[in-house]
Ligand binder design. Structure first.
Ligand code: NCC
Length: 276
Protein backbone atom coordinates (compact mmCIF):
# COMPACT_ATOMS: atom_id res chain seq x y z
CA UNK A 1 0.00 0.00 0.00
CA UNK A 2 1.02 3.66 -0.24
CA UNK A 3 2.70 5.42 2.61
CA UNK A 4 0.08 7.09 4.79
CA UNK A 5 0.39 10.76 5.74
CA UNK A 6 0.46 11.81 9.40
CA UNK A 7 -3.27 12.69 9.50
CA UNK A 8 -4.17 9.40 7.77
CA UNK A 9 -2.09 7.47 10.30
CA UNK A 10 -3.75 9.27 13.19
CA UNK A 11 -7.20 8.37 11.87
CA UNK A 12 -6.16 4.74 11.44
CA UNK A 13 -5.08 4.63 15.06
CA UNK A 14 -8.27 6.28 16.23
CA UNK A 15 -10.51 3.96 14.21
CA UNK A 16 -8.65 0.68 14.55
CA UNK A 17 -7.16 0.67 18.02
CA UNK A 18 -9.85 0.32 20.66
CA UNK A 19 -8.22 1.42 23.89
CA UNK A 20 -9.95 -0.49 26.63
CA UNK A 21 -9.29 -2.33 29.90
CA UNK A 22 -10.65 -5.51 31.48
CA UNK A 23 -13.93 -5.20 33.37
CA UNK A 24 -15.49 -7.56 35.89
CA UNK A 25 -18.30 -8.55 33.50
CA UNK A 26 -15.93 -9.88 30.79
CA UNK A 27 -15.56 -13.60 30.15
CA UNK A 28 -13.67 -15.59 31.37
CA UNK A 29 -13.10 -13.20 34.31
CA UNK A 30 -16.79 -12.86 35.17
CA UNK A 31 -16.87 -16.55 36.11
CA UNK A 32 -13.87 -16.40 38.44
CA UNK A 33 -14.13 -15.95 42.23
CA UNK A 34 -11.98 -12.76 42.18
CA UNK A 35 -13.76 -11.01 39.29
CA UNK A 36 -15.10 -8.25 41.57
CA UNK A 37 -11.52 -7.05 42.07
CA UNK A 38 -11.58 -5.86 38.47
CA UNK A 39 -13.15 -2.44 37.90
CA UNK A 40 -16.77 -2.50 36.72
CA UNK A 41 -16.03 0.09 34.02
CA UNK A 42 -13.13 0.64 31.63
CA UNK A 43 -10.46 3.26 32.37
CA UNK A 44 -11.71 5.62 29.67
CA UNK A 45 -15.08 5.90 31.47
CA UNK A 46 -13.48 6.62 34.84
CA UNK A 47 -10.56 8.94 34.08
CA UNK A 48 -10.38 12.24 32.17
CA UNK A 49 -11.01 13.72 29.76
CA UNK A 50 -7.94 15.91 30.22
CA UNK A 51 -6.90 18.93 28.18
CA UNK A 52 -3.14 18.64 28.04
CA UNK A 53 -1.13 15.53 28.91
CA UNK A 54 2.46 14.40 29.20
CA UNK A 55 3.91 10.97 28.49
CA UNK A 56 7.36 10.69 30.09
CA UNK A 57 9.58 8.03 28.55
CA UNK A 58 12.19 6.54 30.83
CA UNK A 59 15.08 7.35 28.49
CA UNK A 60 18.51 8.33 29.78
CA UNK A 61 18.30 11.50 27.68
CA UNK A 62 15.88 12.96 30.24
CA UNK A 63 18.83 13.34 32.59
CA UNK A 64 19.81 17.02 32.91
CA UNK A 65 16.92 17.97 30.63
CA UNK A 66 15.39 20.41 33.11
CA UNK A 67 11.96 19.41 31.74
CA UNK A 68 10.35 18.80 35.13
CA UNK A 69 8.48 22.10 35.38
CA UNK A 70 7.09 21.77 31.86
CA UNK A 71 6.02 18.16 32.45
CA UNK A 72 4.21 19.12 35.67
CA UNK A 73 2.36 21.94 33.88
CA UNK A 74 0.19 19.37 32.06
CA UNK A 75 -3.16 18.25 33.46
CA UNK A 76 -2.17 14.60 33.54
CA UNK A 77 1.18 12.82 33.45
CA UNK A 78 1.84 9.19 32.50
CA UNK A 79 4.99 7.35 33.60
CA UNK A 80 6.30 3.83 33.04
CA UNK A 81 7.26 0.82 35.10
CA UNK A 82 9.69 1.60 37.92
CA UNK A 83 10.58 5.12 36.74
CA UNK A 84 10.87 7.32 39.88
CA UNK A 85 10.27 11.03 40.37
CA UNK A 86 12.05 11.31 43.76
CA UNK A 87 15.53 12.70 43.20
CA UNK A 88 14.82 13.55 39.55
CA UNK A 89 12.13 16.23 39.95
CA UNK A 90 14.02 18.87 37.98
CA UNK A 91 14.20 16.63 34.94
CA UNK A 92 10.98 14.59 35.06
CA UNK A 93 8.61 16.49 37.36
CA UNK A 94 6.66 15.26 40.37
CA UNK A 95 3.14 14.57 39.11
CA UNK A 96 2.00 11.02 38.33
CA UNK A 97 -1.57 10.58 37.10
CA UNK A 98 -1.17 7.19 35.46
CA UNK A 99 1.60 4.60 35.74
CA UNK A 100 1.71 1.94 33.03
CA UNK A 101 3.54 -1.17 34.18
CA UNK A 102 4.46 -4.35 32.35
CA UNK A 103 3.85 -7.73 33.99
CA UNK A 104 7.59 -8.32 34.35
CA UNK A 105 7.81 -5.43 36.79
CA UNK A 106 4.86 -6.79 38.76
CA UNK A 107 6.43 -10.22 39.05
CA UNK A 108 10.14 -9.54 39.62
CA UNK A 109 11.48 -9.47 43.19
CA UNK A 110 13.81 -6.55 42.41
CA UNK A 111 10.98 -4.14 41.87
CA UNK A 112 9.13 -4.84 45.17
CA UNK A 113 5.91 -4.14 43.36
CA UNK A 114 3.64 -5.11 46.24
CA UNK A 115 5.40 -3.03 48.88
CA UNK A 116 7.27 -0.13 47.26
CA UNK A 117 5.74 3.35 47.54
CA UNK A 118 6.95 4.01 43.98
CA UNK A 119 3.68 2.57 42.68
CA UNK A 120 1.30 4.28 45.10
CA UNK A 121 0.68 7.52 43.14
CA UNK A 122 -2.15 7.84 40.67
CA UNK A 123 -3.92 5.16 38.67
CA UNK A 124 -2.12 1.93 37.79
CA UNK A 125 -2.54 0.20 34.44
CA UNK A 126 -0.87 -3.18 33.92
CA UNK A 127 -0.24 -5.11 30.72
CA UNK A 128 1.21 -8.48 29.73
CA UNK A 129 2.41 -9.72 26.33
CA UNK A 130 -0.54 -11.84 25.18
CA UNK A 131 -0.66 -14.43 22.39
CA UNK A 132 -1.35 -12.86 19.02
CA UNK A 133 -4.95 -14.08 18.97
CA UNK A 134 -5.61 -11.90 22.02
CA UNK A 135 -8.17 -14.51 23.07
CA UNK A 136 -8.81 -13.76 26.74
CA UNK A 137 -9.22 -17.37 27.91
CA UNK A 138 -6.11 -18.51 26.05
CA UNK A 139 -4.11 -15.62 27.49
CA UNK A 140 -5.44 -16.15 31.01
CA UNK A 141 -4.09 -19.69 30.97
CA UNK A 142 -0.63 -18.72 29.77
CA UNK A 143 0.27 -15.15 30.60
CA UNK A 144 3.92 -14.18 30.04
CA UNK A 145 4.32 -13.32 33.75
CA UNK A 146 1.86 -13.98 36.62
CA UNK A 147 0.01 -10.69 36.09
CA UNK A 148 -3.28 -11.83 37.62
CA UNK A 149 -1.78 -13.38 40.77
CA UNK A 150 0.10 -10.13 41.38
CA UNK A 151 -2.92 -8.02 40.49
CA UNK A 152 -5.06 -9.80 43.10
CA UNK A 153 -2.36 -9.47 45.78
CA UNK A 154 -1.85 -5.77 45.05
CA UNK A 155 -5.60 -5.08 45.12
CA UNK A 156 -5.91 -6.75 48.53
CA UNK A 157 -3.01 -4.68 49.91
CA UNK A 158 -4.07 -1.37 48.29
CA UNK A 159 -7.83 -1.61 47.75
CA UNK A 160 -8.29 2.17 47.41
CA UNK A 161 -5.92 2.71 44.49
CA UNK A 162 -7.52 2.54 41.03
CA UNK A 163 -5.90 -0.33 39.13
CA UNK A 164 -6.78 -1.46 35.59
CA UNK A 165 -5.50 -4.17 33.25
CA UNK A 166 -5.07 -3.28 29.59
CA UNK A 167 -7.14 -5.44 27.23
CA UNK A 168 -4.61 -7.43 25.15
CA UNK A 169 -6.44 -6.54 21.94
CA UNK A 170 -4.86 -3.08 22.28
CA UNK A 171 -1.37 -4.59 21.90
CA UNK A 172 -2.17 -6.41 18.70
CA UNK A 173 -4.40 -3.80 17.12
CA UNK A 174 -1.54 -1.37 17.61
CA UNK A 175 1.03 -3.89 16.36
CA UNK A 176 -1.07 -4.31 13.18
CA UNK A 177 -1.01 -0.55 12.59
CA UNK A 178 2.80 -0.58 12.88
CA UNK A 179 3.22 -3.56 10.56
CA UNK A 180 0.76 -2.26 7.95
CA UNK A 181 2.71 0.96 7.72
CA UNK A 182 6.17 -0.57 7.33
CA UNK A 183 7.66 -1.98 4.14
CA UNK A 184 9.45 -4.83 5.92
CA UNK A 185 8.17 -7.53 8.29
CA UNK A 186 8.60 -6.54 11.94
CA UNK A 187 9.08 -8.86 14.93
CA UNK A 188 5.80 -10.27 16.23
CA UNK A 189 6.19 -8.90 19.75
CA UNK A 190 3.88 -6.33 21.32
CA UNK A 191 4.72 -2.62 21.13
CA UNK A 192 6.70 -1.13 24.01
CA UNK A 193 5.01 0.39 27.04
CA UNK A 194 5.97 3.73 25.48
CA UNK A 195 3.65 3.41 22.49
CA UNK A 196 0.91 1.69 24.50
CA UNK A 197 0.94 4.56 26.99
CA UNK A 198 0.86 7.09 24.18
CA UNK A 199 -2.34 5.72 22.62
CA UNK A 200 -3.81 5.35 26.11
CA UNK A 201 -3.30 9.08 26.69
CA UNK A 202 -4.50 9.94 23.17
CA UNK A 203 -7.81 8.43 24.20
CA UNK A 204 -7.96 10.44 27.46
CA UNK A 205 -6.54 13.83 26.44
CA UNK A 206 -7.07 16.63 23.92
CA UNK A 207 -3.36 16.93 23.30
CA UNK A 208 -0.49 14.66 24.26
CA UNK A 209 3.15 15.67 24.66
CA UNK A 210 5.71 12.89 24.60
CA UNK A 211 9.07 13.52 26.23
CA UNK A 212 12.25 11.80 25.00
CA UNK A 213 10.46 9.03 23.13
CA UNK A 214 12.13 10.49 20.06
CA UNK A 215 15.57 11.34 21.42
CA UNK A 216 16.70 14.96 21.61
CA UNK A 217 20.22 16.35 21.22
CA UNK A 218 20.80 14.76 24.67
CA UNK A 219 20.55 11.31 23.07
CA UNK A 220 22.68 8.86 25.03
CA UNK A 221 23.30 5.15 25.44
CA UNK A 222 22.33 5.55 29.09
CA UNK A 223 19.29 3.27 29.21
CA UNK A 224 17.17 4.98 31.90
CA UNK A 225 17.46 8.40 33.53
CA UNK A 226 17.35 6.66 36.91
CA UNK A 227 20.03 3.96 36.47
CA UNK A 228 23.71 3.73 35.53
CA UNK A 229 23.19 1.13 32.85
CA UNK A 230 24.24 1.67 29.25
CA UNK A 231 22.66 -0.12 26.29
CA UNK A 232 21.72 1.46 22.95
CA UNK A 233 19.02 -1.22 22.55
CA UNK A 234 16.94 0.61 25.19
CA UNK A 235 16.47 3.47 22.72
CA UNK A 236 16.50 1.45 19.49
CA UNK A 237 14.67 -1.68 20.59
CA UNK A 238 15.33 -5.42 20.64
CA UNK A 239 12.29 -7.35 21.82
CA UNK A 240 9.85 -4.52 21.07
CA UNK A 241 9.54 -3.05 17.54
CA UNK A 242 10.69 0.23 19.10
CA UNK A 243 12.44 1.73 16.08
CA UNK A 244 9.29 1.23 13.99
CA UNK A 245 7.16 2.72 16.77
CA UNK A 246 9.37 5.79 16.72
CA UNK A 247 9.14 6.05 12.95
CA UNK A 248 5.35 6.07 13.22
CA UNK A 249 5.35 8.68 15.99
CA UNK A 250 7.71 10.88 13.96
CA UNK A 251 5.23 10.78 11.08
CA UNK A 252 2.30 11.73 13.33
CA UNK A 253 4.08 14.55 15.17
CA UNK A 254 2.24 17.88 14.88
CA UNK A 255 5.00 19.90 16.52
CA UNK A 256 8.08 21.40 14.90
CA UNK A 257 11.11 19.15 14.38
CA UNK A 258 13.11 21.60 16.47
CA UNK A 259 11.03 20.62 19.54
CA UNK A 260 12.37 17.10 19.20
CA UNK A 261 15.93 18.30 19.00
CA UNK A 262 15.76 20.75 21.90
CA UNK A 263 13.16 19.21 24.23
CA UNK A 264 12.76 15.63 23.00
CA UNK A 265 9.15 16.75 22.62
CA UNK A 266 6.52 15.38 20.23
CA UNK A 267 2.97 16.76 20.09
CA UNK A 268 0.09 14.45 19.19
CA UNK A 269 -3.64 15.22 19.01
CA UNK A 270 -6.10 13.42 21.26
CA UNK A 271 -8.51 11.11 19.40
CA UNK A 272 -11.52 13.20 20.44
CA UNK A 273 -10.17 16.18 18.47
CA UNK A 274 -9.72 14.31 15.18
CA UNK A 275 -12.28 14.60 12.41
CA UNK A 276 -11.81 11.38 10.48
O1 NCC B 1 12.69 0.46 29.82
P1 NCC B 1 11.24 0.73 29.97
O2 NCC B 1 10.45 -0.24 28.94
O3 NCC B 1 10.67 0.62 31.35
O4 NCC B 1 10.93 2.18 29.39
C1 NCC B 1 9.61 2.69 29.25
C2 NCC B 1 9.41 3.19 27.84
O5 NCC B 1 10.26 4.31 27.58
C3 NCC B 1 10.76 4.27 26.25
N1 NCC B 1 12.25 4.29 26.29
C4 NCC B 1 12.92 3.84 27.37
C5 NCC B 1 14.31 3.92 27.41
C6 NCC B 1 15.00 4.48 26.34
N2 NCC B 1 16.33 4.63 26.35
N3 NCC B 1 14.30 4.90 25.26
C7 NCC B 1 12.95 4.83 25.22
O6 NCC B 1 12.34 5.24 24.22
C8 NCC B 1 10.20 3.00 25.60
O7 NCC B 1 9.06 3.33 24.84
C9 NCC B 1 9.78 2.16 26.80
O8 NCC B 1 8.67 1.33 26.51
C10 NCC B 1 8.63 -1.67 28.52
O9 NCC B 1 8.33 -1.27 27.39
O10 NCC B 1 7.81 -2.05 29.37
C11 NCC B 1 10.14 -1.64 28.91
O11 NCC B 1 10.34 -2.29 30.18
C12 NCC B 1 11.67 -2.73 30.51
C13 NCC B 1 11.66 -3.38 31.91
O12 NCC B 1 10.82 -4.52 31.93
C14 NCC B 1 11.15 -2.37 32.96
O13 NCC B 1 11.85 -1.15 32.88
C15 NCC B 1 11.36 -2.90 34.36
O14 NCC B 1 12.69 -3.03 34.69
C16 NCC B 1 12.23 -3.65 29.45
N4 NCC B 1 13.59 -4.07 29.80
C17 NCC B 1 13.93 -5.33 29.95
O15 NCC B 1 13.16 -6.27 29.85
C18 NCC B 1 15.39 -5.60 30.34
C19 NCC B 1 12.27 -2.88 28.13
O16 NCC B 1 12.74 -3.73 27.10
C20 NCC B 1 10.91 -2.32 27.76
Amino acid sequence: GHKLSGPELLCQLKERVVVTTLTSDLKPFSGLPWSSQLPPRPLTSDLGPFKSCAVVSSAGSLRNSGLGREIDSHDAVLRFNAAPTGGYEKDVGTKTTVRLINSQVMASDDHRFLSSSLYSAGTLVAWDPAPYSADLAEWYNRTDYPIFQQYQKYRRLHPQQPFYVLHPQVEWQLWNRIQDNMAEPIQRNPPSSGLLGTVLMMSLCEVVHLYEFLPSRRKTELCHYYQRFYDAACTLGAYHPLLYEKNLVKRMNLGPDMDIYTHGRVTLPGFSTLNC
